[in-house]
Design a protein around this ligand. Structure first.
Ligand code: FES
Length: 103
């Protein structure tokens, strides 16, 4: 559990939903994809929209701002111009809590 911080109750992020949390001052997007949790930077590197306001489909998040599509597993985006990658974080579930490893 070295470096992991509790960020949410499992029950507060049902499958198919996302939540923006803070880990050591960084905005982190927590997503539940069919019971598997992912954590990626929450701020779109295009024009800084909050990705938790976007749409989750599988492991892809579409930004509500201008439609870039982010891969939760890699932190990479598909867009009509190159975008800087977002950080991805290790996630674990323990005792009903979701924990994210701070970078
Ligand atoms: S702010 Fe996300 S695509 Fe423009």
């Amino acid at each position: 559990m070295d470096g992991f911080e509790r960020v949410a109750d499992v029950a507060s992020v049902p499958p198919g939903t996302m939540l923006s949390v803070r880990v050591r001052g960084e905005e982190v997007l927590l997503a539940n994809v069919e019971g598997n949790f992912y954590a990626m930077g929450a701020v779109c590197t295009h024009q800084r929209w909050d990705l938790s306001e976007g749409a989750l489909e599988g492991t892809k998040v579409t930004c509500a701002g201008h439609g870039s599509v982010w891969d939760l597993a890699t932190g990479k985006a598909v867009f009509d111009e190159p975008l800087e990658d977002l950080p991805v974080y290790e996630v674990m579930v323990a005792g009903g809590s979701v924990l994210v490893r701070a970078r």
